[in-house]
Design a protein around this ligand. Structure first.
Ligand SMILES: *[C@@H]1O[C@H](CO)[C@@H](O)[C@H](O)[C@H]1NC(C)=O
Ligand SMILES: *[C@@H]1O[C@H](CO)[C@@H](O)[C@H](O)[C@H]1NC(C)=O
Ligand SMILES: *[C@@H]1O[C@H](CO)[C@@H](O)[C@H](O)[C@H]1NC(C)=O
Ligand SMILES: *[C@@H]1O[C@H](CO)[C@@H](O)[C@H](O)[C@H]1NC(C)=O
Ligand SMILES: *[C@@H]1O[C@H](CO)[C@@H](O)[C@H](O)[C@H]1NC(C)=O
Ligand SMILES: *[C@@H]1O[C@H](CO)[C@@H](O)[C@H](O)[C@H]1NC(C)=O
Ligand SMILES: *[C@@H]1O[C@H](CO)[C@@H](O)[C@H](O)[C@H]1NC(C)=O
Ligand SMILES: *[C@@H]1O[C@H](CO)[C@@H](O)[C@H](O)[C@H]1NC(C)=O
Ligand SMILES: *[C@@H]1O[C@H](CO)[C@@H](O)[C@H](O)[C@H]1NC(C)=O
Length: 416
């Protein structure tokens, strides 16, 4: 205990580790084996990240950004930071047929009573989009911020002047777009506004709230054969993905070259639901959590060592369910429906029947950690230190608080 106190003083960090071990329980699977559904348990931790307090594009293609290191944003509940407002991102080849966001008062994995309410819905066939806004990095360009987040045209890839419903289109490899709610940020960009600080000139919308929430998708992701004969294929060639970001990240900058322009690198949160990681495994969807719950390498993240099958010749249905019990269940099931009410009995039957499918369930429990809000000046600059290359897989800039987290986990090792 005395060693603990000394460490706290030295680093001005308060930390308690119940366990740093990520335990993996697999049915019949090995690492990187097929699963029929995957689940992260114990999602959420006591920690903090830092908002961006200034994001400014400068004329000479330079930019000026600050992270608000004096005012840590505490995160401390179940599913944190994914209990915050999230935006939804899709990368081609991707033909989104249906999308829905649901919330419930509570949900425990496996429960068969209770229901969810649909709060947003898009149906490409009907051409309807309720509480859905399609955005993309299609606006003003700037060397260090990238393009601004603005409305996209009905084909998902060009700048539109108004909110436009996406057609039944297949967005090509390497192209991506975002889904926000249709609730506009009511205040202008400021630390005290309802959307915090955001980049001037963007179409600023709220993400999807909820501690207990679910996102469902019906999508088709046909194989891209256009570059088969090339030795070096375009980055993200035939690597479809669907992922979630803390909604404030793209409002400042999703792919900045200056890490101070995004809260991603301080742990605001990214959850990759279905992601092809490389063209070698182009038909394997992996799930990854990019926050600090038990790891120090934010870029690699907390990986699920099992994949779900991408079926490029048929439409897929499924999604992610965040329970009030800290479970995040990712599944693909042809039984998935998109009604305005989602019954737990149905949800449970879709998921439980997957247990009998090839691979079965693979689950992984996240570490119990508490990461205090206080940091020293030295530690602060470690957090916002040099940035590295932008992520090729759709993540925000690969800049981690490597040194500070390394010290935390060295401390954890000392304590145990
Ligand atoms: C996991 O992989 C190891 C090494 O390849 C193998 O010996 C073992 O049988 C595998 N386990 C299962 C359950 O497939
Ligand atoms: C970007 O702008 C900042 C602040 O005005 C300045 O200090 C820096 O040198 C500029 N960088 C480049 C590459 O122009
Ligand atoms: C949507 O697009 C896909 C792929 O191009 C096509 O197979 C499907 O028939 C289209 N659906 C409708 C309703 O037009
Ligand atoms: C998308 O639509 C825009 C505007 O109509 C057009 O300029 C652009 O070429 C289209 N992109 C693709 C990939 O079809
Ligand atoms: C639309 O989504 C927003 C953002 O999460 C939410 O606040 C709002 O209540 C939703 N609107 C409806 C009508 O459900
Ligand atoms: C492919 O990339 C490798 C490594 O960057 C490079 O050495 C090689 O010349 C490239 N090949 C072609 C055909 O461009
Ligand atoms: C990011 O912010 C830190 C702390 O304010 C500062 O020391 C650093 O130079 C900034 N980095 C860039 C690339 O602007
Ligand atoms: C492709 O990604 C998977 C999942 O991360 C990984 O296991 C595999 O080693 C990668 N393959 C290559 C060639 O990088
Ligand atoms: C869903 O149905 C299609 C055929 O329509 C099949 O190819 C695919 O494997 C099924 N997916 C799952 C997860 O069962």
């Amino acid at each position: 205990m005395s060693a603990f106190l000394i460490i706290i003083k030295r680093f001005s960090l308060c930390l308690a580790l119940a366990s740093t071990v990520v335990s993996i329980s697999t049915g019949s699977s090995n690492y990187s084996d097929e699963a029929s559904f995957v689940q992260f348990d114990n999602v959420g931790y006591d920690g903090r990240y830092f908002h961006v307090s200034k994001v400014e594009a400068l004329n000479d293609d330079n930019c000026s950004c600050l992270q608000d290191l004096d005012n840590a944003v505490s995160i401390d509940s179940v599913n944190a930071p994914y209990n915050e407002e999230l935006s939804v991102h899709l990368r081609g080849p991707m033909n989104l047929r249906k999308f829905a966001w649901y919330v419930a008062d509570d949900y425990t994995y496996g429960s068969t009573s209770g229901s969810w309410t649909r709060g947003a819905y898009y149906d490409s066939e009907e051409g309807t989009a309720d509480n859905v806004t399609f955005l993309g990095n299609v606006g003003d360009d700037n060397l260090c911020l990238g393009r601004a987040l603005n409305y996209v045209t009905s084909n998902g890839t060009a700048l539109a002047s108004d909110s436009t419903v996406l057609d039944n289109i297949t967005v090509a490899s390497a192209h991506e777009y975002a889904i926000y709610s249709s609730k506009k940020c009511s205040d202008s960009s400021s630390s005290s506004g309802d959307c915090g600080v955001y980049r001037e000139g963007i179409d600023a919308y709220h993400g999807f709230y909820g501690t207990v929430k679910a996102f469902l998708f019906e999508f088709y992701s046909p194989t891209d054969n256009s570059e088969e004969d090339l030795v070096n294929k375009t980055s993200s060639y035939d690597m479809p993905a669907i992922w979630l970001l803390n909604a404030e990240i793209p409002r400042t900058a999703q792919y900045p070259t200056n890490g101070n322009c995004s809260s991603w690198n301080t742990g605001a949160g990214e959850f990759d639901i279905f992601e092809v990681m490389n063209v070698t495994e182009r038909n394997h969807f992996y799930s990854t959590i990019h926050d600090f719950q038990g790891i120090d390498d934010l870029g690699t993240g907390i990986q699920m060592f099992a994949y779900l099958d991408r079926t490029p010749n048929s439409v897929m249905k499924g999604g992610i369910v965040f329970g009030g019990d800290g479970t995040a269940t990712v599944f693909l099931s042809n039984s998935t429906t998109f009604d305005d009410t989602l019954e737990n009995s149905d949800l449970n039957s879709w998921i439980s029947s997957l247990k009998n499918e090839e691979g079965g369930e693979v689950s992984e429990s996240l570490a119990d950690i508490t990461l205090g809000a206080e940091i020293t000046t030295t530690a602060s600059s470690a957090i916002s230190g040099a940035s590295s290359a932008t992520g090729s897989k759709g993540d925000a800039v690969r800049q981690t608080g490597g040194s500070i987290m390394a010290s935390i986990f060295a401390m954890g090792a000392l304590l145990l």
